[in-house]
Design a protein around this ligand. Structure first.
Ligand SMILES: Nc1ncnc2c1ncn2[C@@H]1O[C@H](COP(=O)(O)OP(=O)(O)O)[C@@H](O)[C@H]1O
Ligand SMILES: [Mg+2]
Length: 276
């Protein structure tokens, strides 16, 4: 019996001015899965997330979310209401508010309340406490978000998404610019989150993926090149070729991808310790 899917992307093609970015793509994820999506720059990873969040509409194909909802033609703002939370590379937090207040505000987004500082119900206060613990910021609750480290800001934003109780969490390169210690903390955090949520992580940092991924999908030229465990992926000659090819004649990342955070590994992804 096939398992029910939180997400099923069916025959999705995306073309910009005749250039095909996603090419008849099929992809699915089970409920409760932590999936990593990797691929060289320009493979179509961010466009793929744009399709799931309806930021970009597919030229062809459809996206079925939570078994029944065809989200490919919903307006972008309806996607959050459907239960999809997305974290972009630059954190969207309120710098002048404390960590606690940021989480408070995030509860209001979901509840469509425009009052930021209304009375908090005991259950909401409990949710904030639980979220602070989950993302490891309980000691930082009263610190202004602007004063947090780069890693802490990312964790806060993940907390702000989680507090809205999404059914599916999408993260675009969550460890870009992080220290090794922060990356490890993030990996553990993702594994913890995945106990209760379905999570799709787009990632460039191979070392990180190797340490924390169970199931990996490799995207190349807008198609799924292969899918499997990290071990299977590393042994696949097609993956080796794609990455070794990149390691030699590395092109610059697409313009819109050159973000300001220091991204040590972006654009350079030798596959470490390839199985022989
Ligand atoms: N809005 C757009 N208009 C034209 N081309 C685009 C647009 N968005 C992405 N592309 C192109 O699509 C390809 C895939 O981009 P992207 O999804 O950002 O890849 P990745 O995230 O894997 O690096 C790139 O060649 C990029 O230049
Ligand atoms: Mg990208």
């Amino acid at each position: 019996m096939t398992q029910p899917k939180i997400l099923a992307v069916k025959n999705v093609t995306v073309s910009f001015d005749g250039f095909t970015v996603l090419d008849n793509l099929n992809f699915s994820m089970n409920y409760g899965e932590l999936r990593f999506l990797i691929g060289p720059n320009g493979a179509g990873k961010t466009t793929f997330l744009d399709i799931i969040t309806s930021k970009t509409k597919p030229t062809r194909g459809e996206v079925i979310f939570d078994k029944t909802v065809n989200i490919s033609h919903l307006p972008e703002h309806k996607i959050v209401q459907q239960g999809i939370g997305r974290k972009f590379q630059t954190p969207a937090i309120f710098s002048s508010l404390t960590v606690y207040e940021n989480l408070e505000a995030a509860i209001s987004f979901r509840e469509w309340s425009i009052q930021l500082f209304r009375w908090l119900s005991p259950s909401n206060r409990e949710r904030i406490t639980e979220t602070l613990e989950l993302v490891g910021l309980q000691e930082r609750a009263d610190v202004r978000a602007g004063a947090l480290s780069h890693g802490e800001k990312q964790w806060l934003e993940i907390g702000m998404l989680l507090i809205q109780k999404p059914k599916l969490l999408l993260l675009d390169e969550p460890v870009a610019g992080m220290t090794r210690r922060e990356r490890n903390r993030t990996g553990e955090l993702l594994q913890n989150i995945a106990k209760n949520y379905s999570v799709l992580v787009v990632e460039h940092d191979m070392e990180f993926v190797r340490s924390f991924a169970k199931t990996v999908t490799v995207l190349h030229t807008g198609k799924v090149l292969c899918e499997g465990t990290m071990e299977q992926i590393q042994r696949d000659p097609r993956v080796v070729e794609v990455y070794l090819g990149r390691a030699h004649g590395e092109a610059r990342p697409p313009k819109h991808e050159r973000v300001s955070v220091p991204t040590q590994r972006v654009g350079r992804m030798p596959m470490p310790a390839l199985a022989s």
